[in-house]
Design a protein around this ligand. Structure first.
Ligand code: AMP
Length: 181
């Protein structure tokens, strides 16, 4: 039997976001569970993170949360993980997320998500890993970022091949098809 694929999902902790982001994140989690994939994530109970975890839970999927214990205050962490790991700090957390996952999906999020996306992308550019990376462009959220990256390449601050290091997908199903392909 094939080894279970663990997908690291990065995404917003903040809950005050449009419904479309929550719904697509729940769909992502539910579809991952249906496809027998596991979730590795930052362990948050709210925003995009919470929605992906709830979708996974609905589909009885395996959920691994990784967050430093200073997050462990009322309502912040998702309680229904199969496994919860408490690294000593955010840096160790990012390393664990990176090492335990087989691939990465960056969903809409704030600066925490951007930090995670760019770190994993930079490491791939440097040949430190060769795992698939998806930028989940729900409702055109990442269009300005893609435009920025085009400008960066145009002005020769990065090589054109940075676009071969990740895939922009418009929805959860497209992202998972790419990851499984
Ligand atoms: P942001 O995109 O700024 O909302 O930050 C979300 C990302 O940073 C997630 O992918 C997490 O790994 C981490 N993070 C930020 N805030 C939290 C939180 N309250 N609980 C868990 N992880 C968080």
């Amino acid at each position: 039997m094939d080894k279970k694929l663990y997908v690291c999902v990065y995404g917003a902790a903040g809950a005050d976001i449009d419904r479309v982001f929550i719904d697509e994140s729940e769909t992502l989690g539910f579809e991952m569970a249906k496809r027998n994939m596991g979730l590795i994530f930052g362990g948050g109970a709210t925003g995009v993170m919470g929605a992906v975890a709830r979708g996974m839970k609905k589909g009885n999927g395996a959920i691994v949360g990784i967050a430093p214990s200073f997050f462990d205050t009322d309502g912040v962490l998702y309680r229904e993980c199969c496994e919860f790991i408490y690294p000593k700090d955010m840096r160790e957390r990012k390393k664990m997320l990176e090492e335990r996952a087989d691939c990465f999906i960056a969903c809409p999020g704030g600066i925490g998500t951007l930090d995670e996306f760019f770190e994993i992308l930079t490491l791939k550019q440097l040949g430190r890993h060769d795992k698939k990376i998806v930028l989940l462009d729900v409702d055109g959220y990442f269009d300005p970022l893609v435009k920025l990256l085009c400008g960066i390449v145009e002005r020769r601050f990065a090589a054109e091949n940075i676009f071969s290091l990740f895939k922009v997908c418009k929805g959860a199903l497209e992202a998972l098809d790419y990851i499984e392909g």
